[in-house]
Design a protein around this ligand. Structure first.
Ligand code: ZN
Length: 247
């Protein structure tokens, strides 16, 4: 089918959501993380079609702390992250945290990026927020004449649309002026930006001498035959040492 060809072109390997979460659990169990001694946190998009992933994580790890926001951006910040880690089980003077950072996208039967169906809606968009931003990037009317720069207003925080403003502001840092990535590329850029923002904060709030933690990242893909996860960077810090986790 057409969508498989496009999917394989951008995402070299994908797992079903259930397989992905099981694989991450089994891989991390080898390094001492399990559903009794660790707390999971999720940072995904607010979209209802993403929540199946959260349900599976909850089923495997127990109730998960919710760090999510529009687009799956990590805007929850230090206070939220501190709350998540303070809620971890305290066993043998050690704490363990598992973070899932997974923005999303979609593909339809014809291989069109960002197109999915929803309950009662034959044709919809995911990630809606990233898709809007991608259209803004490609819309010449939003650009200053003759230049590749977007209008100043797009950089401002709209108090009535804070999360969307934060998406624009953050992602514009990652995209060269005038360049318009396609939606899959933009989703990959977004995943990396979320990881960077998360890592910047976690290193300030975690004490690696008394805590082990794992970061699992990827992209959730809504496809015609179900949801998939493309695994990206995945690692754990155990006794202060970084271990690359392969699935
Ligand atoms: Zn979304």
């Amino acid at each position: 089918m057409e969508f498989n060809k496009i999917l394989n072109k951008y995402f070299d390997k994908v797992f079903t959501e259930v397989d992905f979460v099981k694989k991450t659990y089994n891989a991390l169990e080898k390094y001492g993380f399990n559903d009794e001694n660790a707390i999971a946190s999720v940072c995904i998009c607010r979209d209802e079609i993403c929540q199946s992933l959260r349900s599976i994580i909850k089923h495997v790890w127990g109730e998960a702390f919710n760090l999510s926001s529009l687009g799956g951006m990590f805007t929850a910040g230090k206070t939220a992250l501190l709350s998540a880690i303070h809620h971890a089980p305290k066993i043998d003077n050690n704490e363990r945290y598992v973070f899932y950072i997974i923005p999303h996208t979609a593909i339809d039967e014809e291989g069109r990026m960002g197109i999915c169906s929803r309950r009662g809606i034959r044709e919809s968009t995911a990630c809606g927020a990233l898709s809007i931003f991608q259209k803004e990037l490609s819309n010449k009317y939003l650009r200053k004449k003759g230049k590749g720069r977007l209008k100043h207003s797009i950089h401002k925080i709209d108090e009535e649309d804070i999360e969307m403003s934060l998406i624009r502001k953050r992602l514009l840092i990652e995209i060269p002026y005038g360049y318009v990535p396609d939606l899959f590329e933009l989703t990959k850029i977004t995943r990396k930006a979320i990881q960077t923002d998360f890592e910047n904060v976690i290193k300030k709030v975690v004490d690696k001498s008394k805590s082990d933690y794992a970061l699992v990242t990827g992209i959730q893909i809504h496809a015609p035959d179900g949801n998939y996860i493309w695994p990206a960077e995945c690692y754990a810090f155990v006794n202060g040492l970084r271990i690359e986790v392969t699935l």
